[in-house]
Design a protein around this ligand. Structure first.
Ligand code: 5GP
Length: 204
């Protein structure tokens, strides 16, 4: 059995990446979703161990010191990090592991795992992003404008990503993400052992 692939997903807030992740986990068997550690407080409805592992600053610092995180980053005054053990265990078991993390963390993952696949999920245009943020909740236009300004910053570094996936229609986006992962498993570097084995058999 070959080792799984590490798939890193980022995107503008309002791009719908959380919904895309949920749908991917519900629709396919061979994927695992990493649960991050964070020092921010749970939002209503969030569940310990499912949404996040909620940690104190001290606990988080200890995780860093014990080298238990693949990467971590500060985001709006709190820390977020990816626990290593879950990721390694699932990759070893042949599962493809998804990380839904922001861009700084994604770039660090790419340094540590050069064959990780980085995807950036985006709505087709700014108008859609704006509409999604407006329709999503009760934020004032002022807050929405701030989030949109931040979205522009969130795109810094996106050139380092392997794929930009447009989330216009949810189902199409989910299928595209799945197809990309399947294609990545057909890379020459992944398949070379098959060729070598055929070559060996033919020259016996
Ligand atoms: P939120 O507080 O809205 O759940 O997440 C804030 C941001 O942190 C999002 O962009 C999310 O993708 C990112 N994030 C969540 N977990 C991690 C993580 O483990 N590492 C990094 N670098 N970012 C994360």
């Amino acid at each position: 059995m070959s080792r799984g692939k590490l798939i890193v997903v980022s995107g503008f807030s309002g791009a719908g990446k959380g919904t895309v992740m949920k749908e991917i986990m519900n629709s396919y068997d061979n994927y695992a979703l990493s649960v991050s550690a964070t020092t921010r407080s749970p939002r209503p409805g969030e569940v310990e161990g499912i949404s996040y592992f909620f940690k104190t600053d001290d606990e988080f610092r200890q995780m860093i010191e014990k080298d238990e995180l693949i990467e971590y980053a500060g985001y709006v005054g709190h820390y977020y990090g990816t626990p290593k053990q879950f990721v390694e265990k699932n990759l070893d078991e042949g599962k493809d592991v998804f990380l839904e993390i922001e861009i700084q963390g994604a770039l660090k993952v790419k340094e540590k795992y050069p064959d990780a696949v980085l995807m950036f999920i985006t709505p087709p245009d700014a108008k859609t992003l704006r509409e999604r943020l407006v329709n999503r909740g009760t934020e004032s236009m002022d807050v929405i404008e701030k989030r949109l300004a931040r979205a522009a910053e969130e795109a810094n570094g996106v050139e380092a990503y392997d794929y930009i996936v447009i989330n216009d229609n949810l189902q199409e986006c989910v299928e595209m993400v799945d197809r990309i992962v399947k294609c990545e498993h057909n890379r020459t570097s992944e398949r070379m052992s098959i060729i070598n084995s055929i070559r060996n058999d033919l020259t016996k």
